[in-house]
Design a protein around this ligand. Structure first.
Ligand SMILES: Cc1cc2nc3c(=O)[nH]c(=O)nc-3n(C[C@H](O)[C@H](O)[C@H](O)COP(=O)(O)O)c2cc1C
Length: 352
């Protein structure tokens, strides 16, 4: 594999450490400006992404980074229009925007009108300066636990709202308990509809990683421990799932999680198309980095945005007008959860 001084050290896909803990230590080490532009790709891969499928391919040159969708990693049942694929790419693009400054680049994402519509970030030379959100990239996680129910102070709410507002994409913060309960009601309806759909269950199960061994081998998907669940061999987990993941148990968990949260953030882009979905992903990622810097936890509760027939009601509760609610995130205070893994940088860069 060729490399140049510009790109820094090559990363081999096969160079992978053996244990979950050692992979994580390597994956989440602090940003290293001396490691060269490949560090931009490591930062990008740490972004949130739907089902942790990591539906992206990167390419890197001295002038630009491109992020293309990897449609082999799409989830056609929960995400038939690829909304989540594009939003995930937006999350990754925002991490590159935040990291580029520390390497002395300004990176501005633009979606191409041709081909797959990949995102191009032109790298323009500028004075090296780390952004305030950079340090949060390696610390951010989706924390799928119950929180402690405490309210977040208004100035902090203003800060996370501002961070989540990118261009034409908005971040609506909801702290009114009646409105939160209305979204909870829609979320339980959405979750019920999803759990009654065998295709939804099959798709979800294919991305669940029940054992640490499976998680380490795949380095993608949803590892049981990250959601507070016990680990077990995959074949046992797949057999037990229908008995433990019922509509009643999931709705009960959802109610506890949402009611223990300080509030909800609803993200809504101006346009209902891939360009808008990328913007919404960037909005979420900035909100998430800012929240992390402020010591807040957050997790997605997207059920009511994933069931198309419920979206209009979500928009009504959140006051979005005719915008599509792209994603719903709950936030609050609580302990961190185990982190999820990513595939190595070398496995997602096509050429450099
Ligand atoms: C567009 C999008 C949709 C998501 N939807 C959900 C969701 O409905 N429920 C959930 O628990 N997490 C959801 N996630 C979070 C991912 O599962 C999470 O980012 C991934 O597992 C990696 O974990 P991490 O963010 O803690 O690194 C979503 C993320 C994105 C970007």
């Amino acid at each position: 594999m060729a490399t140049t001084a510009f790109l820094g050290a090559p990363v081999e896909a096969s160079d992978r450490p053996a244990s979950y803990a050692s992979i994580l230590t390597e994956q989440t080490r602090p940003f290293d400006a001396n490691a060269g532009p490949l560090e931009l790709i490591r930062m990008a891969t740490l972004a949130a992404n739907s089902h942790n499928t990591q539906p992206w391919r990167f390419s890197l040159s001295e002038q630009r980074v491109t992020i293309a969708p990897d449609f082999q990693r799409r989830c056609p049942v929960v995400d038939p229009d690829d909304h989540h694929v594009w939003a995930s790419l937006g999350c990754a693009a925002e991490n590159i925007v935040q990291a580029a400054g520390a390497l002395g680049y300004r990176a501005t994402p633009q979606r191409s009108n041709s081909g797959d519509g990949q995102i191009t970030l032109a790298l323009e030379r500028t004075q090296a300066k780390a952004t305030p959100l950079l340090a949060a990239i390696v610390a951010r996680q989706c924390t799928r636990s119950t929180y402690d129910g405490r309210a977040v102070a208004p100035p902090i709410l203003d800060e996370i709202t501002a961070a989540g507002t990118v261009g034409d994409s908005i971040c609506k913060i909801i702290t009114d308990r009646e409105l939160i309960d209305s979204i909870l009601e829609l979320s339980t309806q959405g979750s019920g509809a999803q759990l009654r759909d065998p295709q939804f269950i099959d798709e979800l199960t294919s991305w669940l990683r029940f054992s640490e061994r499976d998680a380490v081998e795949a380095r993608d998907g949803l590892f049981a421990r990250c959601s507070g669940n016990p680990t077990m061999p995959g074949w046992i987990g797949r057999r037990l799932l229908p008995f433990v993941m019922t509509v009643a148990s999931e709705n009960d968990k959802l109610a506890k999680q949402i009611r223990s949260s300080s509030g909800l953030a609803v993200f809504a882009a101006k346009t209902n198309d891939p360009a808008g979905w990328i913007d919404a992903g960037r909005s979420y990622q900035r909100f998430a980095l800012q929240s992390t810097m402020l010591g807040l936890r957050h997790a997605f509760v997207n059920q009511a945005t994933e069931v198309a027939t419920l979206r209009g009601q979500v928009a009504g509760v959140a006051g979005l007008g005719d915008r599509r609610p792209n994603m719903i995130v709950r936030f609050g205070m609580g302990a961190m959860m185990p982190r999820s893994l990513r595939r190595p940088t070398g496995a997602v860069v096509d050429f450099y």
